[in-house]
Design a protein. Structure first.
Length: 199
C-alpha cells in the first residue's frame, strides 16, 4: 500500500495490484492493512457523536446515490452526521457529485469542516481534502472504472473517526468481511445493508 500511495509503483503496476486483489478477492487482513496505512496519512477533524451513512459503491447498477439523501434526512431529524465521500470512481454519481449538483460547497478545509459541523450538525468531508495519499491512486481508479479495494476502505476512513455507521454494501459476500473489519476497528455500531441483486 505504501508503494502505491507514494508513487513508488508506476500507474500500470498499481493498477495490476488493484485488479489482482479484486480477482482473487480481498481478505479481511488486506482490507485492514490498507485502512491502517491510509489512516496514517489521513487529516483528521473533530465531530463529536457523528454518524456516517455511506456505501461502498461499485455496484454498476446506475442507481440513485441514496446514502447522500439519507444523510441529509437523518441530519434534518437532529442526528449529527459527518458524511465522508468522493466523486464517482466506479459508478455514475458519487456523494460529492450529488452535493455539488445541489450547489453545496464541498471543498472545505479541515478547519472549515469543523466549523460547519459545530454550526449545523452536518458536514460533508470531501475525501481528497482529507486523504492526500489518494492523489496517486485516484486517476488510476477512474481509468479502471471498476470496483477496487478502495471502495471497501472509504467507509472506514472517515476523517471524523466515526464509530457509528450505516453502510450499504454492493456485494453480500463482502458484507461479511466488512463486518469483521468493523469489529477489528472497534466500531460501536454498524448496520450493513445489501440485497441479492447487489444494490
Amino acid at each position: 500500500m505504501e508503494k502505491i500511495i507514494s508513487g513508488e509503483l508506476n500507474p500500470f503496476q498499481s493498477a495490476a495490484v488493484l485488479v489482482a486483489l479484486r480477482t482473487k478477492g480481498e481478505t479481511v487482513e488486506e482490507i485492514l492493512g490498507f485502512i491502517q496505512t491510509m489512516r496514517k496519512h489521513m487529516v483528521k477533524i473533530k465531530a463529536s457523536n457523528a454518524i456516517d451513512i455511506v456505501g461502498t459503491g461499485g455496484d454498476r447498477s446506475g442507481t440513485f446515490n441514496i446514502s447522500t439523501a439519507a444523510s441529509l434526512v437523518v441530519a434534518g431529524a437532529g442526528i449529527p452526521v459527518a458524511k465522508h465521500g468522493n466523486r464517482a470512481a466506479s459508478s455514475k454519481c458519487g456523494s460529492a457529485d450529488c452535493l455539488e449538483a445541489l450547489g453545496v460547497h464541498i471543498n472545505l478545509t479541515p478547519e472549515q469542516a469543523e466549523k460547519v459541523f459545530k454550526k449545523t450538525s452536518f458536514v460533508f468531508l470531501f475525501a481528497p481534502n482529507f486523504h492526500p495519499a489518494m492523489k496517486q491512486i485516484a486517476p488510476i481508479r477512474k481509468e479502471l472504472g471498476l470496483r477496487t479495494i478502495f471502495n471497501f476502505l472509504g467507509p472506514f476512513l472517515n476523517p471524523a473517526g466515526t464509530k457509528r455507521q450505516l453502510l450499504g454494501v454492493s456485494n453480500i459476500k463482502i458484507a461479511a468481511k466488512l463486518a469483521k473489519v468493523a469489529v477489528k476497528l472497534k466500531f460501536d455500531h454498524l448496520l450493513l445493508v445489501s440485497s441479492e441483486d447487489g444494490m
